[in-house]
Design a protein around this ligand. Structure first.
Ligand code: CAA
Ligand code: NAD
Length: 297
């Protein structure tokens, strides 16, 4: 099956990026959020990002100014904002990118399972929850996959495509082809905690936070060490601010509850404390660093 009509539920940090790359890939996309303020903010971010990509294409001589502007208009025209879940009925694929809370996600998928046309594929962008549980809640486990994109979606070239025992082979193939059409390189993974990337990345972020909490080194030195010592594009504490301290905490709380005997899964004290104080990272202007837009101090 070919995916042409796409819906994305949640237009926050990840959702707005998924909407954008899906539209850039030629799909007709409905961007849906419960919160109309969040939806407006997500659409504004997409417009800013498209303008940036267009001016870069002109600067590099890949397109004329007119061609770049026409491209922006075409991509933007493929995106329809919505706050009404009924608008997703005719979708070939609906990707969920709402808050990392399993009960809220299961409730949404139960509703999507009833509303979206029977052949439609449902997908979750969860960072950490079992795809199988959401697939069961949707009532259509054979037409369900994980589609895990990375932050910032516009720039990161990977998508993890996660299948459960119940996922149909053609559904998996269609989801993989969708990732490719969006300009990403897909990798396949079974339904395991954190899939490939987060199973390796999140315990590393935990170690870095605990190193800071113990006073072994400053946040700047921990970050510089991993950038210059390992060639990582950003250090682990900057990355935690980038991902969102709330999202990082939700991931770890889900894992510690489910796998209490796994030593790699634990919640660092300062992470919980900062989230309680509303310091969620770059998105709120403060996390392990203070942020003014893209600039940290
Ligand atoms: N849209 C369009 N263009 C954008 C953009 C956007 N949203 N964001 C940045 N750009 C442009 C910039 O304007 C810049 O353009 P110029 O070259 O013309 O200046 C270019 O892209 C590069 O931007 P930066 O200068 O900010 O780039 P950088 O070299 O510092 O790289 C980065 C930024 C790609 C984010 C890099 O630091 C990086 O790869 N960091 C690691 C990110 C990472 O690990 N992500 C995974 C997080 S974990 C996750 O996602 C999974 C989970 O479940 C939690
Ligand atoms: P976010 O808080 O930036 O955005 C979530 C959006 O979902 C908000 O705009 C909110 O209004 C909306 N929302 C909440 N409940 C809703 C509902 N029932 N219906 C419609 N909209 C609803 O979160 P985010 O960082 O974009 O994370 C979204 C998902 O992507 C999470 O599952 C997260 O684990 C995963 N993820 C996050 C990252 C990251 O780096 N932040 C990376 C990969 C995957």
């Amino acid at each position: 099956m070919k995916i042409e009509k796409v819906g994305v539920v949640g237009c926050g940090l990840m959702g707005h990026g998924i909407v954008q790359i899906a539209a850039q890939g030629g799909h007709e996309v409905i961007a849906l959020d419960l919160d109309s303020g969040a939806l407006d903010k997500g659409i504004a971010r997409i417009e800013k990002s498209l303008a940036k990509l267009a001016s870069k294409a002109v600067e590099k001589g890949r397109q004329s100014e007119e061609e770049a502007q026409a491209w922006v208009r075409d991509v933007r025209a493929r995106i329809t904002p919505s706050t009404d879940i009924e608008s997703l009925r005719d979708r070939d694929l609906v990707v969920e990118a709402i808050v990392e809370n399993l009960e809220i996600k299961k409730k949404l998928f139960a509703e999507l399972g009833e509303k979206v046309q029977a052949e439609g594929i449902l997908a979750s962008n969860t960072s950490s929850f079992p795809i199988g549980e959401m697939a069961e809640a949707s009532g259509r486990p054979s037409r369900f996959v994980g589609l895990h994109f990375f932050n910032p979606v516009q720039l990161m070239r990977l998508v993890e495509v996660v299948r459960t025992e119940a996922t149909d082979e053609d559904v998996f193939a269609a989801a993989r082809a969708f990732g490719e059409a969006c300009g990403k390189t897909p990798v396949a993974c079974k339904d395991t905690p954190g899939f490939i990337v987060n199973r390796l990345l999140v315990p590393y972020m935990v170690e870095a936070i605990e190193m800071l909490d113990r006073g072994d080194a400053s946040k700047e030195d921990i970050d510089t060490a991993m950038q210059l010592g390992c060639g990582y594009p950003m250090g682990p504490l900057t990355l935690t601010d980038y991902v969102g301290l709330d999202t990082t905490l939700f991931i770890l709380e889900g894992w510690t509850e489910r796998y209490p005997d796994e030593p790699a899964f634990r919640v660092p004290a300062s992470l919980r404390q900062k989230v309680n104080e509303g310091k969620l990272g770059r998105k709120t202007g403060e996390g392990y660093y203070s942020w003014q837009g893209d600039k940290k101090s």
